[in-house]
Each structure stands twice: as structure tokens, then as C-alpha cells.
Unconditional design. Structure first.
Length: 475
């Protein structure tokens, strides 16, 4: 039988659970017994076991384990194991303590002393003493409280309740109860229990946070909250800064979903919906703009993001329309793909120069060269460093300096460290050209970043620095 361990269960196998012993079913299905038992218990399928005789091996195990464990191992019921053990007069695995009859002198102590004290004197359990006393209808003996002396009463209200309880060896509840009877205040309490509120103090409720009001009035936060709720005043909530709506923002209502528009205008979703309902503008999803033949002709010829920017539609809408018409998407060229012209450069010039020409990383160039088993170009590590080459250290990465000067990257790194010149931070800076600046604001930052090959956050910072508004779809 082919092993099916850790394989998914099929319907035919699940139907056999519970109809035969787990060991037989495990051998039949090529699974482990634990796997079969776990699946049966997970599906709550009870295993029917027909009555069978006790073997000599099973009888020898009686009394060596507890009945529950033995029932689990022998796949029997608990009462069957216990009945068989009692029939053979075999003691249990953990024998019960010998039973002691209650003597008359022991019964006389019940109700005269606390149950714990009786259990200690008679060397019995407290539960047995309590059950025997309740069975005989004897009332419980309550220990009389220790009277308070004048010296102890003087400490109440002078020291904290916890300190008084520790010194006098009394319970904390007893100390608090007797102090309250005497009408004394616990000195550990920072604020009085009751506070008389004035009109000037009540005017602060709801105008500031409860913690701030409690700090100003030198009272607890609970006292402030209870007083505010008693007067029916709502809690203080900071109101967001109100911004007037501009005509340009009003024109965008209904042209985009409320969630996207709220994120773009930096407003709440509720304010967008209320403003749109005020002018009677329907939500965006109810305004379905039909596709024109010119818009449909762009599908598949340009990337979906470019089609969405030209037609003023959402990217999801463009993708759904293209997939509905079964038009394949435009495949973008893989920037990591190696062309035959790029592979021809490997081994003829340094890896840094290949990386600078092809746009691949130096590590990617070295990995591709090693994969094709092409040797690297041997260059001398003792080339001189003229002043113009030393000026490049720290301004460009070591790999770029090595590509420009003809040195190895290791030699450039060693020279820079010898002159104690800090390395260029990760990510070389590419200056912005006038053509790239003109592309800002013509589409979304994500689309512009895809066109220019720059990160989206870099495009966003450059547009904000030049104070160019973000792109908005035509009305």
C-alpha cells in the first residue's frame, strides 16, 4: 500500500472513519494511527467497539495505571475497566486513604471550634470536617473578633489602613470597617470622598478633558466624570479644523468615489458625502460613463495605467473592460532581462562598467558572469590615483568611481577608507532634468514615477517642492 502520510483526505477515506478500528484503517489507507485518530476526533465520529474478551496481557495492566489512562490505551470504556478491576479485587493505581470512623469525642468538637481548627487537631481535611458538620446539622462556629484596644484605635485615621493592618496583625477589611464606623478618613486617600461643586467649577465640565479639569480642581478623574454625567454634559471632543470648500473642490464631487476624493482633499468621508448630497450630486458608482470607440481602441496598445490617465478613468475600470473584451494586456519589458548585446560585454570590461552601461546592479552582473562561467577582466590594483580621481571619492559610489577611473571597487573602497572619506549614502542621487519637471502634474505621481523610472515618494517630493498641484481628472 502506497503511503499517504500528511496527504489531504478524500471523501472515500472519510466515509470509512469509525467503521473499523483506527489501527486497521491506518494500515488499510497507508496512514499513521495518530493521523486517523486525530481526523476521527476532529469530525466527532464515535468508534463503535464490539464487546470482546479480556486477554491476559490486558488483565496484567489493571492497577498499574489509572482507569482512565488504561481505558484510553486498551480502547475500552472507563466503567468497563473499573468493573473488571473490582471483580478481580485489584486495588487502584493510587489507593484511597484508609477510612476512619468518627469517634464521639471528635464529633463533640464540631461547631465548638472553626472547621479549620478542628481539621488541624484531628488531622483531617477541612472539606471532610465541613461535610460531616453539615450532615449532622450542626451550626458553624464563628470566631469572635478580637476587641480593639485604645492604643489600636488611636492609629486609625493617622496611618494608612494597610500599615495599621500590618502592625496590628488584622485583616484590611476589618480595619477599614471599624475606621468607617468611627467616621475617620483614611490618610492614604489623595482626594476627599465628597466634593462640593461650585458654579464656576461646573462651567469647566465638558469644555476640557476630564483629566485636565481634575488637575485644575485638584480632585480625582472619577469625581469629575460622575459630576459631568450627573449634569448630562457630554465629554469634550476636539473639533477638526474647519476648511472652506473651494469651487475646484466642488467640481470634483461625484467624479471620483468618496473615499478616494476624501483622501485626495484631506477631508473626512462624512464631509464629502454631506457636501455631495447638499448639491444633489449622485455617487460616482451611479454615473457610468459609456466607452467610446476611441477609448476602446486604446485597450491593449498601452499599459492600463496610461489608458486610465488618458481617458480619465480608474485603473480597475480599465482592467475590467479589457478583460471583459478578452484583450490581452501590454507586456512591459523586463528590466532584469539580459540581451545578447549585454551578455557580449561580460568579461571584456569590468563588472562596474557593464553595470553602468546596462543598468543592472554590480552584484547582478557578477552573478550573471559567474553563471555563464566567464572570467572577469584582470586589472592592476596598483594604479596611481591622480588628484582628479581622488576628488571623485565620496561623491559617487565606490563601484561608480571604479568604473570611471579604471580601478577595482575594492581598491576604490580601500583608498577612500585610507583618506577617511565617508561613503556615499545608499541610493545615488539622479539630478532632475527639465523634461522630467515638465511631466510632473500631468498624471498621478505613481504613473509619472513609472514613466520616469523614479520612486513614487521622490516624484511626490519634487512636485511639492516646485509647488505643482496634483493631477486631477477632467470634469
Amino acid at each position: 500500500m502506497k503511503s499517504r502520510r500528511n496527504q489531504p483526505w478524500n471523501i472515500a477515506e472519510l466515509k470509512q472513519l469509525g467503521r473499523s478500528p483506527d489501527s486497521v484503517l491506518a494500515r488499510r489507507l497507508g496512514r499513521t494511527i495518530k493521523e486517523v485518530t486525530a481526523m476521527r476526533e476532529q469530525r466527532r465520529i464515535q468508534l463503535y467497539i464490539a464487546p470482546r474478551r479480556w486477554t491476559a496481557r490486558e488483565i496484567k495492566l489493571l492497577g498499574r495505571f489509572n482507569d482512565y489512562e488504561l481505558a484510553r490505551r486498551l480502547n475500552r470504556r472507563n466503567f468497563q475497566v473499573r468493573a473488571k478491576r473490582l471483580a478481580l479485587k485489584i486495588p487502584p493505581f493510587i489507593p484511597r486513604a484508609p477510612w476512619r470512623e468518627w469517634k464521639p469525642e471528635e464529633i463533640r468538637l464540631l461547631g465548638r471550634l472553626p472547621d479549620a481548627e478542628v481539621a488541624r487537631q484531628l488531622h483531617r481535611k477541612v472539606d471532610l470536617v465541613r461535610s460531616k458538620r453539615q450532615l449532622m446539622g450542626i451550626a458553624c462556629c464563628w470566631s469572635k473578633p478580637k476587641p480593639w484596644t485604645p492604643a489600636e484605635i488611636k492609629l486609625l485615621g493617622v496611618l494608612p489602613d494597610a500599615e495599621v493592618a500590618r502592625r496590628l496583625n488584622r485583616s484590611l477589611n476589618g480595619v477599614v470597617h471599624y475606621r468607617n464606623q468611627l467616621g475617620r478618613v483614611n490618610p492614604a486617600r489623595k482626594h476627599p470622598i465628597y466634593k462640593k461643586w461650585t458654579r464656576a467649577e461646573e462651567k469647566l465640565l465638558g469644555r476640557f478633558k476630564d483629566a485636565e479639569v481634575a488637575r485644575r480642581l485638584d480632585c480625582s478623574v472619577d469625581q469629575v466624570a460622575k459630576r459631568r454625567l450627573k449634569l448630562g454634559l457630554p465629554a469634550w471632543r476636539p473639533m477638526p479644523e474647519f476648511k472652506l470648500w473651494t469651487p475646484a473642490e466642488d467640481q470634483l464631487l461625484g467624479t471620483l468615489p468618496d473615499a478616494i476624493l476624501a483622501e485626495r482633499l484631506q477631508r473626512t468621508l462624512n464631509s464629502i458625502a454631506l457636501r455631495r448630497q447638499k448639491f444633489g450630486i449622485q455617487p460616482y458608482h451611479n454615473q457610468r460613463r459609456p466607452w467610446t470607440p476611441a477609448d476602446t481602441a486604446l485597450l491593449g496598445t498601452l499599459p492600463d495605467a496610461e489608458v486610465a490617465a488618458r481617458t480619465g478613468r480608474l485603473l480597475d475600470s480599465v482592467q475590467n473592460k479589457r478583460q471583459k473584451l478578452k484583450i490581452p494586456g501590454l507586456r512591459q519589458p523586463d528590466p532584469n532581462r539580459w540581451t545578447p548585446e549585454q551578455i557580449a560585454l561580460l568579461g571584456k570590461i569590468s563588472d562596474a562598467e557593464v553595470a553602468a552601461r546596462t543598468g543592472h546592479g554590480v552584484a547582478a552582473v557578477a552573478g550573471r558572469r559567474s553563471q555563464l562561467r566567464i572570467r572577469t577582466v584582470a586589472r592592476s590594483a596598483n594604479l596611481p590615483w591622480p588628484p582628479e580621481q581622488l576628488a571623485l571619492l565620496g561623491k559617487f559610489s565606490d563601484a561608480e568611481v571604479a568604473a570611471r577611473t579604471g580601478h577595482t571597487p575594492e581598491a576604490a573602497t580601500a583608498k577612500r577608507r585610507k583618506l577617511k572619506i565617508p561613503a556615499l549614502p545608499n541610493g545615488t542621487y539622479q539630478p532632475w532634468t527639465a523634461r522630467e519637471d515638465q511631466a510632473l502634474g500631468t498624471a498621478t505621481d505613481k504613473q509619472v514615477a513609472y514613466r520616469l523610472g523614479r520612486p513614487e515618494n521622490g516624484v511626490n517630493r519634487r512636485r511639492k517642492r516646485l509647488k505643482i498641484p496634483c493631477w486631477q481628472p477632467p470634469a
